[in-house]
Design a protein around this ligand. Sequence first.
Ligand code: DUC
Ligand code: ZN
Ligand code: ZN
Length: 468
Amino acid sequence: MLDTIIKGGTVVTAADTYKADVGIKDGRITIIAADLTDAAEVIDATGLLVMPGGIDSHVHIAQPSGDGITMADDFESATRSAAFGGHTTLLPFCLQTRGQSLRDAVSWYHGLAEGNCYTDVSFHLIITDPTPQALNQDLPALVADGYTSVKVFMTYEGMKLTDKEILQTLAAAKSSGALAMVHAENDDAISYLRDVAADRGETAPKYHATTRPIPAEREATHRAIALAEIIDVPIMIVHVSNGDAIDEIKAGRARGSKVFSETCPQYLVLTADDLDTDGFDGARFVCSPPPRDTASQVACWAGIEQGVFDVYSSDHCPFRYDDSEGKKHPDGLKSFKWVPNGIPGVETSLPILFSEGVSKGRIDLQRFVALSSTNHAKMYGLYPKKGTIAVGSDADITLWDPTRQETLRQEILHHGADYTPYEGIEVTGWPVRTILRGKTLVADGTLMQDKGVGAYQGRALSGQRLEG
Ligand code: DUC
Ligand code: ZN
Ligand code: ZN
């Protein structure tokens, strides 16, 4: 006898759409067939899409963010919010602070996550201190232990690496098999433009966008790809915001480089105009790279439609707005330079992609599943345990009502932030039930499990076999 049957729905994978029942036993999918009977629990999925649970491979949770600044989400609230948004797995970052060992960084995040998660989680590393110990000893050992991806920053005081350090890190990634992720913005250009802005007394949030212009991202994207070519290693360019950066990715691929790329909802539905408000309100939209212009939105949509982007993530990086430990940090009120950098989005990202993408006819269901689940699992070594609906896979399943209409509003969300940058956006298509390893996490807007149901997932090396 099965534990659960999901009955009467339409199964959607990155490859196919078909009517079938899904049978679950001991947390795994054990049978997919036309008409299943005999289970302890039968979930009626009539009229619903039965999709792989969302995987968000770019979220920041409880990350140290500077003196007197606190991220709005811990593992409990972030994974709860993610589950309401149709996700079953998150990949947050373990930030190595300077002077800290990679192992200590990993242990610290495990301590925060343990027993507190609703979704499954796995960790990327962020290297800010590429010592020989970190690169030659800790990284290979951690990759062998299932931490198979590593992010580097080309910007931010205290986090950015020099080009030589990036080369050293890419070489270590190559020899250990880790997938390198790159935050590509030219820090000297940003620093220069900030000095100019300071001289002019330009302190409002809108200057966050003007001092991080598209050429700064384009140049750094080009350089990151060139550095990866020198080492001959694949890289993932994260949070790509505009057409110039996309052109660099396409050019790299045309040269034969293994360049992968990610975009995020803020580059599809927000613009720099959102930062340009009276007073301080624009701080709600301060993130990096900043939202751009409508031409950049069009370019990012083309990248989604044409397969340039491999994955779509939220870059959930939440700070409360009306809070002296958040956007209204005393220094942030003085200048955009000190406004905590990041926006919440893990609960709203999938409805935005479904509605703006599938419901508006820009992408089909297969591409939606590839971008929101399957490709993350393949890219980051979780496939086929995660990221698909197949016999033997974890029963991580989200039921979507493709016709349900909602308006994104702070009051319906479950994150720790006190606002959503997507307030007022109307969506068609909504995740109505989220199932993790056979257990219903959320059904019809109600949380059904206690925290701790989500587990840590070690990962294999990146598969880099993508669909859609
Ligand atoms: N980079 C990220 O990846 N997330 C938030 C802020 C940033 O700069
Ligand atoms: Zn980044
Ligand atoms: Zn990020």
